[in-house]
Design a protein around this ligand. Structure first.
Ligand SMILES: Cc1cc2nc3c(=O)[nH]c(=O)nc-3n(C[C@H](O)[C@H](O)[C@H](O)COP(=O)(O)OP(=O)(O)OC[C@H]3O[C@@H](n4cnc5c(N)ncnc54)[C@H](O)[C@@H]3O)c2cc1C
Length: 309
């Protein structure tokens, strides 16, 4: 039975107990999951790369132990391991508040993690709990990291399949006169079907095939940046980021959550496997001289590591 959230308008995010109503393959690697829930009319539609959390059932326990209410996270952390449901981060691909529905596009990457395992066998009628932005909350929600300067000459979007839903949302939201490149490395050539076109964007999808992560994307980014930005002579020193020690995540913004710069010739948004993204960011900032405040980079996942709860 669906439990209604007891969260208040003071929380920027709120939990929803939802039911899977449709699963539809949209390309060889992606399945679009449509969820319905009685309070999804309260799910704020912030678009772009809005991140959300999906809370998955535990064997033998389901979702019964997931605490609801404003203090759910503190109570969830206090639960014993066997009652603490796995939580993973996703992008909300579409919000239809009137129909109380949302879509999430999930990559099937095998049976190695709770999210991909759930996605490979979930059927309509199955339940999940989803944390999403609260429409009743009037402040700054957070969780949107595409923050281009007000005047950006060009935009570079680059990532792997986990970033594809966010890149698709961003392309759909950008005005027709925006200009740039969207470069995505995917498992299968036909995954291109999951991306929209944009009149001002060079959208290039490269299949990974039997290569390693980033092997196809990295040379593509290097090549395309030539056309986006004139090479600068200076070699800049940048801080090293240890992807094994910490979260690879930097979103240049001011205290109010707006873009850090007012204008930039090129704004780059990079997301995907952490070590690939770290190398791309280094290329753009250290080798090409891009202002680091014009580069947002996010390690969406780490090869060989489970997302920590
Ligand atoms: C802000 C944000 C938005 C995201 N949006 C989406 C989205 O819209 N759609 C989407 O599919 N993913 C998205 N991701 C990525 C997703 O959260 C991770 O892939 C997550 O690790 C999947 O959880 P899991 O339980 O399947 O695997 P985990 O338990 O986290 O990991 C188990 C194993 O699987 C490996 N692994 C994890 N993801 C992949 C992958 N994609 N390919 C190959 N191996 C993998 C790990 O390295 C580990 O070895 C997003 C991540 C972030 C941070």
């Amino acid at each position: 039975m669906t439990r209604l959230s007891t969260q208040t308008a003071t929380a920027p995010f709120r939990l929803h107990e939802v039911t899977l109503v449709r699963r539809r393959p949209i390309s060889p690697s992606f399945v679009r999951f449509t969820f319905s829930g009685p309070e999804l009319d309260q799910f704020a539609d912030k678009g772009l790369d809005q991140r959300i959390k999906l809370i998955f059932p535990l064997d033998g326990v389901g979702l019964a132990a997931v605490p609801m209410g404003d203090d759910w996270y503190a109570r969830w952390r206090e639960l014993p391991d066997e009652l603490r449901n796995p939580i993973r981060t996703y992008t909300v691909r579409a919000v239809r508040r009137e129909q109380r529905e949302i879509d999430v596009d999930i990559v099937l990457h095998g049976l190695t993690g709770p999210a991909s395992r759930w996605a490979s066998s979930a059927e309509p009628g199955d339940s999940l709990v989803i944390l999403g932005p609260n429409a009743a909350y009037e402040g700054f929600h957070g969780g949107v990291d595409f923050l281009p300067p007000r005047r950006s000459g060009r935009v570079l979007l680059a990532g792997d399949e986990t970033a594809l839903p966010a890149i698709a949302n961003i392309l759909e939201a950008l005005p027709a006169d925006a200009r740039g490149c969207a470069l995505v490395e995917v498992p299968h050539p036909d995954d291109v079907a999951a991306l929209p076109v944009h009149p001002g964007f060079d959208v290039v999808v490269v299949p990974r095939g039997s290569g390693t992560h980033g092997e196809a994307l990295s040379p593509l980014v290097r090549e395309k940046v030539d056309g986006l930005l004139e090479a600068l002579d200076s070699e800049l020193e940048i801080d090293d980021v240890d992807v094994d020690a910490g979260l690879l995540w930097e979103v240049p913004s001011d205290d109010a959550g707006h873009a850090a710069l007012d204008e930039a010739p090129l704004y780059a948004w990079l997301a995907g496997e952490a070590s690939v993204i770290k190398a791309l960011r280094r290329h753009l900032v250290a080798e090409r001289g891009m202002d680091r405040k014009a580069v947002a980079f996010m390690g969406y996942w780490r090869l060989g590591r489970s997302e920590q709860n």
